[in-house]
Ligand binder design. Sequence first.
Ligand code: GAP
Length: 396
Amino acid sequence: MEKIISLAKRRGFIYPGSEIYGGLAGTWDYGPLGAEMMHNIKEAWWKKFVSSHEDMYGIASSIIAPEQVWTASGHLENFTDPLEGKKFNTMFKSKVGALKGETADVYLRPELAQGMFVNFKNIVDSFHPRIPFGIAQIGRCFRNEISPRDFIFRVREFDLMEFEYFVREIDWEKYFEYWRKEMWNWIEEAGIDKDKVHELEVAPEDRAHYSKRTIDFEYDFSFGKKELYGLAYRTDHDLKNHKLDYYDEETKERFIPHVVEPTFGVGRTLLAILDSAYNEDELGEEKRVFLKLKPHIAPVKVAVFPLLKNKPELVKKAREVYEEIKRGIKQIVFDDNGNIGKRYRRQDEIGTPFCVTIDFDTLNDGTVTLRDRDTGEQERVKIANLTAALKDAILR
Ligand code: GAP
């Protein structure tokens, strides 16, 4: 973990929050590579759980909500951690409005779920979905954690990816199992080492106030086996407390749907991916560090180099190739610093799956060398086929 934290800072993935003022515990800032990687994680999640499902409705709800929401949801009473024999509510409280007598207490959301519940009726009225269906979102949540720790593992603001899947009570176990499998598939697709993930059946006394069954997906971090994701059966707790129900037009029944809820922390996903991808080996008798990131997650997909920096004809051609690839693949860099070996090492360290080098042969025959990060193997590819070949390899 120490190595990952130092790499993350040095190479521009993650910096301590407000660092020049001594830092603010529990906050971290994502640099250019971290931000791209985070974007890739969210995009892959949205594609898998939202856009590929006809019955999933993606929303983006407000971060601040009035006290009534948190009273109904039970968070005002129950979203607490023990502190010096008392219950400490970990929601961040604030006020909206300026004038005396016209201000109101609000809370920053500690989970996304309430945004889905308070919009349940809106979605039903606008789209008339039939049960079962889901409402999903990705967004920032805030928790005044008593002791933030372990790098980005426990922080005070973080992004979640979450959905509420609304079912008939009788079907909850079926869908619980369905989404449990899909969570395992996601873990594999994201490039998280499956052998380091374990399910934990959460004991009743440890479950959140709204849950009748919870499975935690735990990951073997170097600082311990810790929660990565959660899957909860929230019953009809939330809709009932918000006084919402559902009318089935076909069967003419009115009832309160039950909810199965998979939740994924973005930061914890990123950390588990970095941990799974971190590798040290020897290539060409030289030690190297490389991140074996899946291409769709890697913050940079392709790096383009002219073999020599001081040969204008190589630099010009390399720029052309760079522009050409960039039209189809946005996460790409141009690098002409240092020698070629150093450039490869730099790209390996940030997990760039492909490096393209323009050399003197390129000027004669229109081919470039394409190098594979994991094996270090190189092949010559025609520029005309390059973007298509790269796109293919990234999608795979
Ligand atoms: N709506 C359900 C819910 O919020 P949770 O178990 O409280 O469930 C869900 O949180 C996920 O959010 C966790 O599995 C974890 O990935 C992430 N998470 C929770 N607290 C966090 C924190 N302080 N820092 C970073 N991620 C956190």
